[in-house]
Design a protein around this ligand. Structure first.
Ligand SMILES: NC(=O)c1ccc[n+]([C@@H]2O[C@H](COP(=O)([O-])OP(=O)(O)OC[C@H]3O[C@@H](n4cnc5c(N)ncnc54)[C@H](OP(=O)(O)O)[C@@H]3O)[C@@H](O)[C@H]2O)c1
Length: 310
């Protein structure tokens, strides 16, 4: 466990992605993954109000509901750091004060708790001045509904303006950034987010840490994978993707660990990264990810992976 950036939140080095709950994992399957994660010492779970509204028959909130039911059945709310997000689920879309207040109460109800540890703005809302958003989030912190606020998918210019306003007015400032970042998706993070997060002393918690499954090594030339993520993940299987897989295979064999764990260990070793976020559909998949907690790659291995993905 380590503190998440400058917060008091003690978190496990792998954050468990919750977009599978109510999507590719049903209630029993989700409970099995959550139980396996907790049994391994995991305590950091990422969800969002909008998960998993894209599934036919769903309306959003399914992931939070499953997580809330699991917390209630296991009676372990106090042991878990819950991160959720707002901004994309009707009728509380956007980052206006009204939307934020409505969204947080709906999330708390579904999660069956009276506080959220880390509350992210899921996407920017260019229609709302950052001052209104920051002030609304500060009210949630003061009301005890949220411990820390954070941000995902917002330009560094708008985050900078948000932090400046929070500092000037003595309001709660974003404590972490959740960027899209992994071994085959580096440019946006390394160009914009990394220098900014380093300068502002902000922790980053990268999403799609496994590139939708590509970085587990199950997408290979000539192979077909049965997953709703297959189209997005297989798109990484170009010349560079093959080079990355070859290097991952070599490093994984040297350590006797699954390819997925090496992918996550590379990410965990990058500056500002507090914990990669990855999901698993089953406890067996999760078992492949857990070695990231103890796996340390050498400088040569890290730079070989970086070079392969250039
Ligand atoms: N802030 C944002 O905008 C944003 C956006 C996206 C995601 N997120 C968060 O980040 C989390 C991680 O992203 P993600 O879950 O979409 O993708 P991911 O972590 O990059 O990929 C996870 C998927 O890879 C496959 N997988 C995992 N372990 C495996 C193994 N050992 N063997 C074979 N396949 C394995 C599973 O999919 P299959 O078995 O179905 O192939 C699993 O659901 C999400 O759950 C969510 O919490 C945030």
């Amino acid at each position: 466990m380590a503190k998440l950036g400058t917060t008091d939140l003690d978190v496990f080095p792998l954050c468990l992605g919750g977009n599978v709950f109510g999507w590719t994992a049903d209630r029993a399957g989700s409970f099995a993954v959550l139980d396996a994660y907790a049994a391994a010492g995991g305590n950091f779970i990422d969800t969002a109000d909008v998960y998993s509204a894209w599934v036919p028959g769903n309306s959003g909130g399914e992931s939070e509901t499953v997580l809330g039911e699991w917390l209630a059945e296991r009676g372990n709310r106090g042991d878990v750091v819950i991160a959720t997000k707002n901004g994309r689920l009707a009728p509380f879309e956007g980052l206006s004060a009204k939307a934020i207040h409505g969204a947080v109460d709906a999330s708390l109800r579904r999660l069956g708790t009276d506080y959220i540890d880390l509350y992210y703005a899921h996407y920017d809302d260019p229609e709302t001045p950052v001052e209104e958003t920051v002030a609304a989030y500060d009210e949630l912190v003061r009301a005890g509904k949220v411990r820390y606020v954070a941000v995902s998918n917002m330009s560094t210019d708008r985050i900078r303006a948000s932090l400046a306003f929070a500092d000037r007015e003595g309001l709660a400032r974003y404590a972490a950034i959740q960027p899209h970042y992994n071994l085959v998706e580096r440019a946006g993070f390394e160009r914009d987010v990394l220098p900014f997060a380093s300068a502002e002393n902000l922790a980053t918690v990268p999403y799609y840490a496994l590139a939708k499954g590509f970085l587990t090594g199950k997408y290979r030339p000539g192979s077909a994978v049965d997953s709703p993520r297959a189209k997005g993940a297989a798109a990484y299987l170009d010349e560079r993707g093959v080079r990355v897989l070859d290097t991952l295979d070599r490093v994984a064999a040297a350590h006797g660990v699954p390819v997925a764990a090496v992918s996550l260990a590379w990410l965990a070793a990058q500056p500002t990264v507090a914990a990669p976020i990855a999901s698993a559909r089953t406890p067996e998949q999760l078992a492949d990810l857990l070695p990231v907690g103890t796996l340390r790659l050498s400088d040569e291995e890290l730079s070989a992976l970086t070079t392969a993905s250039n």
